[in-house]
Design a protein around this ligand. Structure first.
Ligand SMILES: Cc1ncc(COP(=O)(O)O)c(C=O)c1O
Length: 455
C-alpha cells in the first residue's frame, strides 16, 4: 500500500507541525504553513491534503522527464547495492558511461567533471577558466563577464556572476572580478522590428566592455543562451554566434550555462546548439537526472583539458574535489533518465510541443495586460504590463494574484521573482517534456482565466 493510500496511519498532520516549527524554507521565513507535497506522478503533484496539481514548472524547471518513473528508482536501487559510493578520485562505470552519453548529446568532444548542483558547476567552471589562463602564462586574466537579469547560482561566486540585484542585496560584497553587461531584451528595448541590428548592437556593447575592462584581464564570459529565471529573454539569432566570435577574438572562454536550458528544455539537447557555436564550457544540472537525484556536470572542451594534461609543475593539476560530485547512484539515475529521453524522443517532443504551446498562447494576446509572449521548446515567458503603450510592468500584487488563481485552479505556473527592481512581471512556463497537448490547453486556458480575473 502506498503512503498516499495509507493516509490514516501516516502522520502527515504531525509533519505539517514539524515543518512549521523546524524547517527554514527557500525564500523564507514565510508566514503560516508552507504548502506540503506528498506524491507526484507524470506531470501531476499531489499535496498532503489530497489536492492534485498539474505542474507547469517541472518543480524548479528540472523534472524534464516527469515524475515517478519506476525504472529510474530500480536503477538507483541496483546501483546502491552494486556500488553505493566511491569518490571521483577513482573511476566508476556509471560515471564513465554518463560522460560518454553527454558527449553524444553535446556533439563535440568534451571532458566531463562532475559536481552536485548548478551553482557548483558554475563555480567550478570559473576556477577552471582562471587556471587555464594561469597555466598558459596569462595570469592577469581573471575577470568573469555575465549579463544583468541572469541567475547563475546561490554560492558567493555564482551569485557574483548573477545579474539580479534583488538576490544579492544584503549579502554583498560578493566575489570581486565579476562584470555585468546588458542582456538582449528586444521587448523592453523596443527592438522587435530589427532583431538583427539589435543583436549586433548588443554584441558590440559587450565587445566595448571587454575593451574598456582590458581583454588581458578577462578570463571568461558566462551566459544562458536563453535567460530563464530572469524572465525568459530570447536573444536575436545572431547574438550568441557574435558573442562566441568576440570571446574567441580576445581569448575569453565561453561558458554556456545550460542548467535550465539543457536536456531538451528549448527543443535541442542544449540551447547553444540553436546557434551552432561550440562553447568552451557547458555547465549542466537539473534535467540531467530530471531531479531524481542531485548531480551536475561541467563539460570542458578537449583542448582546454589538454592544457591541464600537458602542464607541468606543482600547481598544474586542477586541485579541486567534492565528496558527492559524480556520485555513482546519481550517474545511474542520469543514465536511466537519458534512456527515457531517447525512448520517448523527449527533445524532439519539446521542440514540437513548444510550437503547439506558442500557438495556444496566442489566445492571450487579446488581453490588454499581455505585453509579450515568447518561448522556445517547452519554455515560455508571458510578460505582463499595466499599460501596453508605455510597457509599464504589471504590479507584483497582481502578478501574485495570477499565480495564486492558477494554483487554486490546480495549475502550478511560475513567475520571475526577486530579480531586478521593477521587472518581476514575467509569467513562466516550463512543463515536463511529457506534457500532452490537452494538458497544455488546460494550462493556457487557466492562465487566461487568471489574467481575466485581475482585469
Ligand atoms: C541558469 C541557472 N544556473 C545555475 C543555477 C543554480 O543551480 P542550483 O540551484 O542547482 O545550484 C540555476 C538554478 O535555478 C539556474 O537557473
Amino acid at each position: 500500500m502506498s503512503i498516499v493510500e495509507n493516509k490514516t496511519s501516516y502522520p502527515w498532520h504531525d509533519s505539517k507541525e514539524h515543518d512549521r516549527n523546524h524547517v527554514w524554507h527557500a525564500f523564507g521565513p514565510v508566514k503560516g504553513d508552507t504548502w506540503m507535497v506528498e506524491q507526484a506522478e507524470g506531470t501531476y503533484v499531489t499535496d498532503v491534503d489530497g489536492n492534485r496539481y498539474l505542474d507547469a514548472m517541472s518543480g524548479l524547471w528540472c523534472v524534464n522527464a516527469g515524475y515517478g518513473h519506476e525504472r529510474i528508482a530500480k536503477k538507483v536501487y541496483e546501483q546502491m547495492i552494486q556500488l553505493s559510493y566511491y569518490p571521483m578520485t577513482a573511476a566508476h562505470i556509471p560515471g564513465a558511461q554518463l560522460a560518454d552519453k553527454l558527449n553524444e548529446l553535446l556533439g563535440a568532444p568534451y571532458r566531463i567533471f562532475y559536481a552536485n548542483s548548478g551553482s557548483e558547476a558554475n563555480e567550478t567552471a570559473f576556477k577552471m577558466a582562471r587556471q587555464y589562463h594561469f597555466l598558459k602564462g596569462n595570469s592577469t586574466k581573471f575577470k568573469i563577464i555575465s549579463r544583468y537579469r541572469a541567475y547563475h547560482g546561490n554560492t558567493l561566486g555564482a551569485l557574483a556572476a548573477t545579474g539580479q540585484q534583488q538576490r544579492k542585496y544584503g549579502y554583498e560584497p560578493l566575489m570581486p572580478g565579476f562584470i555585468h553587461v546588458h542582456p538582449p531584451d528586444p521587448y523592453r528595448d523596443h527592438a522587435e522590428n530589427d532583431l538583427e541590428a539589435y543583436g549586433e548592437k548588443m554584441a558590440r556593447d559587450l565587445e566595448k566592455t571587454i575593451l574598456w575592462e582590458g581583454p588581458e584581464t578577462v578570463a571568461a564570459m558566462i551566459m544562458e543562451p536563453i535567460i530563464t529565471g530572469g524572465g525568459v529573454l530570447i536573444p536575436p539569432a545572431n547574438y550568441m554566434p557574435l558573442v562566441s566570435a568576440i570571446c574567441r577574438k580576445y581569448d575569453i572562454l565561453l561558458i554556456s550555462d545550460e542548467v535550465i536550458n539543457g536536456f531538451g528544455r528549448t527543443g535541442k539537447n542544449f540551447a547553444f546548439q540553436h546557434s551552432h557555436v561550440v562553447p568552451d564550457f557547458v555547465t549542466m544540472a537539473k534535467g540531467i537526472t530530471s531531479a531524481y537525484l542531485p548531480l551536475s556536470a561541467i563539460a570542458v572542451r578537449h583542448d582546454i583539458y589538454d592544457v591541464f594534461a600537458e602542464a607541468e609543475g606543482e600547481y598544474a593539476r586542477f586541485r579541486h574535489v567534492n565528496t558527492f560530485g559524480g556520485h555513482p547512484v546519481s550517474c545511474a539515475a542520469a543514465l536511466e533518465n537519458l534512456a527515457i529521453f531517447d525512448e520517448l524522443d523527449l527533445v524532439q517532443r519539446s521542440a514540437e510541443m513548444g510550437v503547439v504551446l506558442m500557438n495556444h498562447l496566442q489566445a492571450l494576446k487579446s488581453l490588454p495586460v499581455v505585453g509579450d509572449i515568447r518561448g522556445l521548446g517547452l519554455l515560455a515567458g508571458i510578460e505582463l504590463v499595466a499599460d501596453r503603450d508605455t510597457r509599464e510592468p504589471l504590479s507584483l500584487d497582481l502578478m501574485n494574484k495570477i499565480v495564486a488563481f492558477c494554483k487554486n485552479s490546480g495549475i502550478i505556473i511560475g513567475k520571475n521573482g526577486d530579480t531586478v527592481a521593477g521587472l518581476n512581471n514575467v509569467i513562466t512556463l516550463a512543463p515536463p517534456l511529457i506534457t500532452t497537448e490537452e494538458q497544455l490547453i488546460t494550462i493556457v486556458s487557466t492562465l487566461k482565466s487568471a489574467i481575466e480575473s485581475i482585469l
